[in-house]
Design a protein around this ligand. Sequence first.
Ligand SMILES: CC(C)(COP(=O)(O)OP(=O)(O)OC[C@H]1O[C@@H](n2cnc3c(N)ncnc32)[C@H](O)[C@@H]1OP(=O)(O)O)[C@@H](O)C(=O)NCCC(=O)NCCS
Length: 328
Amino acid sequence: MPGVIISALGCYVPPAILSNHDLEKMVETSDDWILQRVGISERHIAAADVATSDLAVEAARAALAQRGIDGSELDAILVCTVTPDMMFPSTACLVQHRLGAKHAWGFDLVAACSGFVYGLTTAAHLIRAGTHKKVLVIGADTMSRIIDYTDRSTCILFGDAAGAMLVEPAEPGHGFIGFINEVDGSGGDHLKMPAGGSRLPASAETVEKRLHYVKQEGQQVFKFAVRKMYETCQALLDRHGLTAKDVKVLVAHQANRRIITATAERLGMAEDQVIINIGRFGNTTGATIPLATRDAIEAGKLKKGDIVLFAAVGAGFTVGASLWRWEY
Ligand SMILES: CC(C)(COP(=O)(O)OP(=O)(O)OC[C@H]1O[C@@H](n2cnc3c(N)ncnc32)[C@H](O)[C@@H]1OP(=O)(O)O)[C@@H](O)C(=O)NCCC(=O)NCCS
């Protein structure tokens, strides 16, 4: 099997910060409650004239600069997002144009919080097929555009950001080890944005009923996430004859600190094997995995040759885990 490596990583976080104390002035909540129940202190919010493609292009440029190439060398661009600039054209098309990626095709991948993990799996197989040499996976979301800032159960959770990883071929035995992705559509009602699609197109009534915002049954999602994130990680490790001790770091989707620590505990991982940066960014949906990977590298916790386990659970429900040897 040919090798597939992640060869570069770039991130972009918009500068403006929305702190728990800011939220205390907007809804009935407290810094204490948010920190204890979720683990977030602050999140970043995009300026009013900034959309998802703007965040995505910044992250993409950072990844390309790190690799020392320009957009014209890309073969494909996958934008993992639930907040595209518009329904169509896809955000991938907008990004392709701005990067000058004239040889790339691409598409948006809608898998909510599992988007980036699905994107890595897809890119790995485009490379393995031998038909692509450079695939850019971008996770980008402007969650603040679909959050109801009068709903305290959701508005405290989310932030805006983007991250990108470049995926390329390598010698056998390098990089990508394996994955498990699953969907359980029976959970679809627990986390969704009800209006704006073909089921409930935008109307005065959908706006009045605030149906263009995220609706979540938090406890249902929490229970599913805690169970599936552990089960999927363990099954993936078993499949490859590995144990938690072989993994240098778990880079999990950042939705709730308690979901990540419960997963790590059940896997038998030590505290320093787990990357948690939800405190600074909140849940940035498609961008959490690259942002947390960047933090792992900057903290010296992820180095060339280490095994990293990516894991996510999201709306759908969607579930994904993938194992990689880190190669730079
Ligand atoms: C959303 C979440 C943080 C809520 O935490 P929880 O412990 O489940 O809290 P509950 O929803 O049971 O609410 C407990 C109480 O806190 C209250 N509450 C909810 N949000 C609050 C807030 N921001 N501040 C203060 N109190 C709040 C509720 O109204 C409820 O009050 P009640 O007991 O008087 O009815 C948690 O369920 C969660 O993280 N779910 C998964 C989210 C997720 O992963 N989403 C993305 C998937 S990728």
